[in-house]
Ligand binder design. Structure first.
Ligand code: TGC
Ligand code: FAD
Length: 423
């Protein structure tokens, strides 16, 4: 079998033998046939900290990503399309509501399994992990925690099976890091609420069936409402021209005098703490997800460095390349241990929001730095779609921004250790 470098050289050398259109078609086919050679690094034998169930869940997700995501994801990202054909498979592996109880259609798994699922999906692509994160932690979680029994029965099983897709509307055009300033609002009209306002940068919004919308009532108190596609005055225009997270659909939520039935308000928590509580769960998933993107970049760079020869020897025999690779595996190992420990704290109900912020911030920065270094190890090949590194690198620019920017998470740690809020 050809190694990656031989595969690329072969492709380059036969390129001129075909007319351009035939060549493009052939290239697409060759790309789909390219095996996913990923081997997960485990430098500190962290597998020994996992239960059989954790490993089973992780391996099933890894297999799904190799079989279903890797062959198509570059094409989806190039075309800036969310690959909807993955929805059923994601539901089957339990990626929608992994920790939601089985009686509501969830997988009833623990927090480590949830993290491992996010890690493996993001190894394939951050945009696909986004869809799973939003569905699980930002749509199913608030309905499960803050919703009525009727809302849980109506929505959770369909969200778990992928029959319904949801999105989460907190950010507004003028209120990103400071969601407490939101202006989206609803008024009590007796038999319904009248919802007005606009949300921006909403993952999955262009095709979501429902939206969890955070809005202020007449007293200025924040509540969560469930808006359903088809409600008059509710539109979801797509955001185009993204250089990042291209395989994820992002859009707006616009509410123009939307009549929301009273039974669609989630009654069991209000105030900014309600949406922020959902973010804790999603940010925790991202702390694991980023490790997946980093592992993929490291694995590719390591293999390439061993195979690619310059000056008559593999570039991996050079100290400069070894420094890059050695630092990558060190940082991945530290991030894996941090995520695992945070998962055990969450399983015991002891993880604080500030601990979650620290892990999200550290692990995403770790991943983005590794993606940048790994891209350089591949030289010119690193900028092509032949390898996933550049796609990860661009995706991670969104990941370091959403769910609280890098700066905001630093300020959360600062507040936690000093007692002074510097937002
Ligand atoms: P502050 O006064 O500090 O807090 C207001 C109330 O909230 C409580 N709280 C939390 N509750 C649960 N979990 C947390 N993480 C919490 N953080 C704070 C707090 O105790 C208080 O409760 P109470 O009862 O006293 O009222 O609020 P602040 O306005 O000063 O803001 C604090 C700050 C800056 C940390 C917060 O606003 C923040 O986290 N901003 C970042 C915004 C953000 O992360 N947006 C994410 C949007 S969703 C998204 O990006 C999805 S991407 C999905 C994908 O594709 O994967
Ligand atoms: P701003 O808040 O305007 O920040 C701009 C800069 O100022 C940043 O560098 C920030 O760190 C800095 N800054 C802000 N406040 C301070 C401060 N107090 N001190 C120092 N520096 C500060 N939102 C949702 O609700 N749902 C979604 O599904 C969702 N999906 C997203 C998908 C993508 C692809 C992207 C890019 C964003 C998504 N978001 C979503 C929005 C995301 O959460 C926000 O972009 C993020 O919270 C930052 O808000 P902002 O873009 O308005 O930046």
């Amino acid at each position: 079998m050809l190694n990656q470098v031989q595969h690329d050289v072969l492709i380059e050398s036969i390129k001129d033998c075909f007319p351009a259109k035939t060549w493009l078609h052939l290239l697409e086919t060759l790309h789909k046939m390219k095996p996913d050679l990923f081997q997960a690094p485990d430098y500190y034998n962290i597998d020994e900290l996992l239960t059989d169930e954790h490993k089973m869940v992780r391996d099933a997700t890894r297999e799904f990503v190799k079989r279903e995501v890797s062959p198509i994801i570059e094409d989806s990202a190039q075309k800036a399309e969310f690959p909807k054909q993955l929805i059923n498979g994601l539901a089957e592996i339990g990626a929608f509501g992994p920790y939601i109880p089985e009686e509501y259609g969830g997988a009833g798994l623990d927090q480590i399994s949830y993290g491992l699922i996010m890690q493996e999906i993001e190894r394939g692509d951050s945009g696909i992990r986004s869809t799973a994160s939003v569905q699980s932690s930002l749509v199913m979680y608030p309905i499960f925690k803050y919703g009525t029994e009727e809302q849980k029965k109506k929505f959770l099983p369909k969200l778990a099976s992928g029959e319904m897709i949801g999105c989460f509307g907190l950010t507004e055009p003028d209120h990103g890091s400071n969601p407490g300033g939101m202006t989206t609002n609803f008024k009590d009209k007796g038999d319904h609420y009248l919802l007005n306002g606009a949300k921006m940068w909403i993952s999955n919004s262009p095709f979501a069936d429902i939206a969890i919308v955070w809005a202020k009532n007449e007293e200025g108190r924040i509540h969560g409402l469930i808006a359903e596609r088809g409600m008059e005055g509710f539109t979801t225009p797509e955001t185009h021209n993204k250089w990042s997270l291209r395989a994820s659909a992002t859009g707006e939520l616009i509410f123009d005098n939307v009549k929301v039935p009273k039974e669609n308000l989630m009654p069991n928590k209000s105030g900014l703490g309600a949406p922020l509580g959902c973010l804790d769960s999603a940010r925790y998933g991202i702390a694991w997800g980023a490790i997946g993107a980093a592992m993929d970049c490291y694995d590719i760079a390591l293999r390439y460095a061993k195979e690619r020869e310059q000056f008559g020897v593999p570039i991996g025999s050079k100290q400069l390349q070894q420094k890059k690779l050695a630092e990558m595996i060190t940082e991945i190992t530290k991030a894996q241990l941090m995520a695992w420990r945070l998962g055990t704290l969450r399983n015991e109900g002891k993880a604080t929001s500030a601990q979650i912020s620290m892990a999200k911030r550290n692990n995403v920065e770790m991943a983005i730095k590794i993606a940048r270094e790994a891209r350089q190890v591949l030289g010119g090949m690193g900028i092509t779609g032949e390898y996933s590194i550049m796609r990860h690198m661009m995706n991670l620019e969104s990941v370091i921004t959403y769910e609280g920017t890098h700066d905001i998470h630093l300020l959360i740690t600062g507040m936690d250790i000093t007692g002074h809020a510097a937002f």
